[in-house]
Write a protein that binds this ligand. Structure first.
Ligand code: NDP
Ligand code: GUE
Length: 295
């Protein structure tokens, strides 16, 4: 039987596991607070940001909701980030990607106070992650680690294949998998668009993590029996019945081979949001100098 790993369930467990810590911090006068900055008109981004706010509300994390017109001069975005950096009540800052073309994404990531960079995208935090001294694990790869742990998948000694090498998913995922740490110690191969024979790599894997942004590209035919399949992809495709959300994995054929698999939606997506809350609580706990148990 193939185990369907339910990301909504695991994410709910994470949120529940944060409640005590949030209460402790709030009672001590430090209510964790996440600020989001949205500067694009993409309806999907608006949906994700509003889901993040709803999650925060559920667990008692305060929020700031900043929306800038996509035409806004870059200077104004930097002023906004500076204000949030300086605001002692704000513990996490998330600037929703993508940004408009006239805004330099790297400059934005550098401008966020690394202590409030709950995405973990600031170069200082990227460096710390690579050096094995992470301050914030990036939310999506961290969420994948939690999903694997929840499904009792042993990463130590496993052959892991990550499909995709982006800065937000593929690279940090591979970094976590090779860490000498729980949820790491995997022998990890990173594949990308120039990989010669992808199917040869995925067939040799115990764990396949698909983050290519190509709808349903990983098929059952590319997998060996018993592989654990984590589908990070979120692609909106048009079908005869209207628009539909699909992953990077061809779910039906992959499910025939996999020992465990994540669905889309309801897999990695909710975990990304849960780990954002996790990082925000960690930030508040660091500021308050109060240790709280994190799930
Ligand atoms: N569930 C969640 O919470 C999140 C989901 N996502 C989703 O995950 C997916 C990946 O996102 P992201 O990393 O930002 O995407 P990017 O487009 O930044 O990166 C995609 C990567 O996949 C590689 N790739 C593209 N086509 C192929 C191919 N045919 N074979 C092998 N590798 C390929 C690219 O290679 P190259 O470098 O050579 O171009 C690149 O490294 C998207 O569907 C996105 O929507 C993203 C963030 C969070
Ligand atoms: N600074 C920044 N940080 C991000 O973490 C970030 C970003 N920018 N830009 C966009 C991507 C994408 N992303 C998702 C988060 C949650 C779901 C999610 O919750 N998905 C649900 C619902 C999907 C739906 O119904 O639309 C699911 O898969 O079940 C999806 C995608 C975070 N991103």
């Amino acid at each position: 039987m193939t185990e369907i790993i339910d990301g909504n369930d695991v994410a709910q467990d994470i949120r529940n596991g944060l409640l005590d810590g949030i209460e402790t911090l709030t009672d001590a006068g430090t209510t964790p607070c996440l600020a989001t900055v949205l500067m694009n008109d993409d309806p999907a981004s608006e949906t994700y940001v509003s889901m993040k706010h709803k999650d925060c509300e559920e667990v008692g994390i305060a929020t700031r909701d900043i929306e800038l017109d996509p035409e806004t001069p870059a200077e104004e975005l930097f002023d906004t980030i500076d204000e949030l950096n300086a605001d002692p009540e704000v513990h996490g800052i998330l600037v929703q990607m993508p940004l408009p073309d006239h805004v330099d994404e790297r400059e934005v990531l550098r401008s966020i106070d690394p202590a409030k960079d709950v995405d973990g995208f600031h170069p200082e935090n990227v460096g710390r992650l690579v050096a094995g001294n992470a301050r914030y694990k990036p939310c999506t790869p961290h969420g994948v680690q939690k999903l694997l742990a929840a499904a009792d998948v042993e990463t130590e000694g496993a052959e892991a294949v990550v499909v995709g090498r982006s800065n937000i998913v593929g690279k940090p995922m591979a970094n976590l998998l090779i860490q000498k740490d729980e949820g790491g110690n995997a022998t990890t191969t990173v594949c990308h668009s120039r990989t010669e024979d992808l199917a040869e790599k995925t067939r040799a894997a115990d764990i396949v993590i698909a983050a290519a942004g190509v709808p349903e590209m990983i098929t059952g035919e590319m997998l060996s029996e018993g592989t654990v399949v984590i589908d990070v992809g979120i692609n909106r495709v048009e079908t005869d019945e209207g628009s539909e959300l699909v992953g990077d994995v061809d779910y039906d054929s992959a499910k025939e081979k996999a020992s465990a698999i994540t669905p889309v939606p309801g897999g990695v997506g909710p975990m990304t949001r849960a780990m954002l809350l996790w990082n925000t609580v960690k930030s508040a706990s660091d500021v308050a100098e109060i240790d709280v148990d994190l799930p």
